[in-house]
Design a protein around this ligand. Structure first.
Ligand code: 6R9
Length: 657
């Protein structure tokens, strides 16, 4: 990518100052930036004191063997004690930790005191099943409270959990169990999805034919459906957990003890087992949750709509919120079951004050229509979060207007499985926000944008996002593969890789630009940047221009090989309910992009489709659309949420309506 690459095409002039009332009472003020830039390590040492340590750390960061970091290395603590017991000891045992809302409409409120008993019982059950400190445990569960309990029970005894998303196939589960060498699997008979009981246990039974090292399967009864049991291996959760003592003394573990492994699929190669450890991870998960959501544990009701199988569920359903003593909602199902207002009904029912969701969900709500959220009382909402993809300015503004009553600040939080916790985000009581920008690195975090030669680009220019200092919740390695850790993240812009010196820089794999104020705009994965007649154009910007047109609900843009221009822009769009496909509309959309971004960004083709291919966490798989645009056979679709989508898209394109 050249220095003038990713030119500042999209002009977004709207600005939104923080609400005065929120700013006046905010957990974190602008002083945090000054404090952290004066002494970054002292800043993190202070945030670590938010936790209850059995042995206080005296050393903040050991970076003597980069890129292998050790944070708070001589400290010891227990994560489950920090997330549960200490809130009970502080007199908050009666506070609701989890308002569980099942998809069929069943609900349960679990207080911190009840959670403490349940986690202790589960910890005792794991010990009875022969799991000990240092063992790995695979978790394959629906979005039910037992998922949280299982993770905390592992953390409590020092077993390392590896949560595998409940939508993954038997093969995907098997390869993750093998790679982590797990000896126990925790699963359920099934879960509710789109109004149906969907079985989970058969996938484990199939996976385990290839995983002889697994000694036991602990099975939660959720749906009550018929479930095959293997004598001697399988154990019902209710049989073993319920008869345990609710007393379990939590031993302190080293700050660098492995807390969890979480696999990221990536676009190529075998999944990477991202390893997170104890003290630094919990410090940053807890602090960012406190700072970015302005959480007031006595009064807020927090809801993160992610699945526990993704990192967002780990850091912002389990560890961050519970370390902070939050009251939160956990919802089992999909947003359109039994009706398209289900999310807003839940916000109204529990008086949710902080909502954290993904751009893909927001664009879906836009498509369903403004009248749906308008039927519910959403006035409790005071902070809105976004994560997972760049959020298009139009979706951002819609979120603020239709969900946030035109006043709730939006925090667009950039981070990754690898970073463990939020890295770049506005602070709701401090930042004047810009629709579509994650803006600036949080206090204590160092991020910038560099060119091919690892030189920092000036304001107004684009390149690659890099992190220039280690951070507490950083991945420690790829499980079992230190060399791949170095190669994937630290080689491209690390020492010796460029003319720019001996510094260690973490390559995030995302394109980004800095605007005239130095604020950061994320432009998607670097593989998704197009090169058209020598100009770098980001798929994100063309997509945002298209979504800015009133006829378009969603879009995905790819670069297809082109004999004259190198790559040509091909856009796939989903229309809003009110618009219909026609040659005039397609022409109009091309012209609209030309007017918004400049003639160079005008798509060569615009194809109207009914669906877009997305991963199960909602990220668009542009690689598959590139296959279509270039007339190739469509590649590996195993990580698609709905494997039929590609057939529908192809059928729609060959037989236009
Ligand atoms: C937390 C999570 C990481 C990738 C990341 C980037 C994209 C996440 C974003 C964002 C723009 C944001 N991403 N948040 N892009 N703005 N606010 O999603 O982790 O599943 O590992 O994905 O997601 O491309 O590199 P993970």
């Amino acid at each position: 990518m050249s220095n003038e690459s990713l030119a500042n095409l999209l002009k977004e002039e709207r600005r939104f100052a923080p609400p005065a009332e929120l700013a006046a009472a905010a957990n974190v003020t602008a002083a945090a930036y000054a404090q952290a830039s004066e002494d970054r390590l002292a800043f993190w040492a202070e945030q670590a004191r938010r936790l209850d340590w059995a042995t206080e750390p005296t050393e903040t960061l050991d970076w003597s063997n980069p890129p292998f970091a050790k944070w708070f290395v001589d400290g010891t603590l227990n994560v489950a004690h920090n997330c549960v017991d200490r809130h009970v000891e502080a007199g908050n045992g009666d506070r609701v930790a989890i308002h569980f809302e099942g998809e069929p409409g069943d609900s349960r409120a679990i207080t911190y005191a009840q959670l403490k008993d349940e986690v202790s019982r589960a910890a005792n059950a794991l010990l009875e099943l022969g799991v000990t400190k240092g063992d790995r445990v695979a978790v394959y569960l629906p979005m039910i409270p037992e998922a949280v309990v299982a993770m905390l029970a592992c953390a409590r005894i020092g077993a390392t959990h590896s949560v595998v998303f409940g939508g993954f196939s038997a093969d995907a589960v098997a390869s993750r169990i093998q790679d982590a060498d797990a000896k126990l699997v925790i699963t359920a008979d099934g879960g509710y999805r789109r109004g149906k009981a969907t079985a989970l246990k058969p996938a484990i039974d199939e996976a385990l034919t290839k995983c002889p090292q697994v000694e036991h399967v602990l099975v939660v009864r959720r749906t009550g459906q018929d479930t095959a049991f293997t004598e001697g291996r399988d154990v019902w959760w209710h049989d073993i957990v319920e008869r345990q003592s609710a007393e379990h003394t939590a031993e302190a573990h080293d700050a660098e003890h492995p807390l969890f492994i979480l696999y990221t699929s990536g676009t190529t190669g075998k999944p990477k087992g991202i390893l997170h450890t104890t003290g630094g991870y919990l410090t940053q998960a807890a602090w960012t949750h406190h700072a970015v959501f302005d959480l007031k544990p006595e009064t807020d009701v927090y809801w993160c709509t992610a699945d526990i199988g993704w990192v967002t569920g780990h850091s912002y359903i389990v560890y961050g919120p519970l370390a902070n003593g939050a009251t939160q909602v956990i919802y089992e199902g999909t947003p359109d079951t039994p009706h398209q207002g289900r999310f807003w009904e839940i916000v109204q029912k529990y008086g949710v004050t902080i909502l954290y969701t993904a751009p893909t969900a927001i664009r879906t709500f836009m498509k369903w229509g403004d009248d749906i959220p308008a039927k519910f009382d959403l006035s409790s909402l005071r902070v809105l979060g976004s994560v997972g993809e760049p959020i298009n300015p139009e979706a951002w503004v819609w979120y603020r207007e239709h969900i946030g009553a035109g006043k709730a600040p939006i925090v667009d939080t950039w981070w990754q499985t690898e970073t463990g916790a939020m890295m770049i985000s506005p602070l709701p009581g401090v930042t004047t926000t810009k629709p579509g920008s994650a803006q600036r690195a949080l206090p204590g975090i160092a991020a910038t944008v560099v060119d091919d030669e690892a030189r920092e680009v000036p304001d107004g220019a684009g390149g690659y996002l890099v992190l220039t200092e280690p951070w507490p919740s950083m991945l420690r390695t790829i499980w079992g593969d230190d060399q791949r850790y170095i190669d994937t993240y630290w080689s491209r812009f690390g020492p010796g890789a460029s003319a720019a010196g001996a510094a260690w820089r973490y390559f995030a794999g995302d394109g980004a630009k800095k605007d005239e104020d130095g604020d950061i705009w994320l432009l998607g994965r670097v593989d998704d940047v197009m090169l058209v007649s020598g100009h770098n154009i980001s798929t994100t910007e063309v997509e945002s221009a298209l979504v800015g047109h009133p006829a378009v609900a969603e879009s995905a843009v790819v670069g297809a090989t082109d004999a004259t221009t190198g790559q040509a822009i091909v856009a796939f769009v989903i229309l809003r309910g009110t618009a219909t496909d026609s040659p005039e509309l397609v022409e109009e959309l091309r012209a609209h992009v030309g007017r918004t971004l400049g003639p160079i960004a005008k798509p060569k083709q615009v194809k109207v489709v009914g669906e877009l291919p997305k991963t199960r966490s909602g990220k668009i798989m542009r690689r598959l659309l590139r296959d279509i645009a270039e007339g190739r056979e469509v590649g590996d679709t195993t990580t698609l949420a709905d494997s039929n989508v590609m057939n529908l898209i192809q059928a729609g394109l060959t037989n236009p309506p």
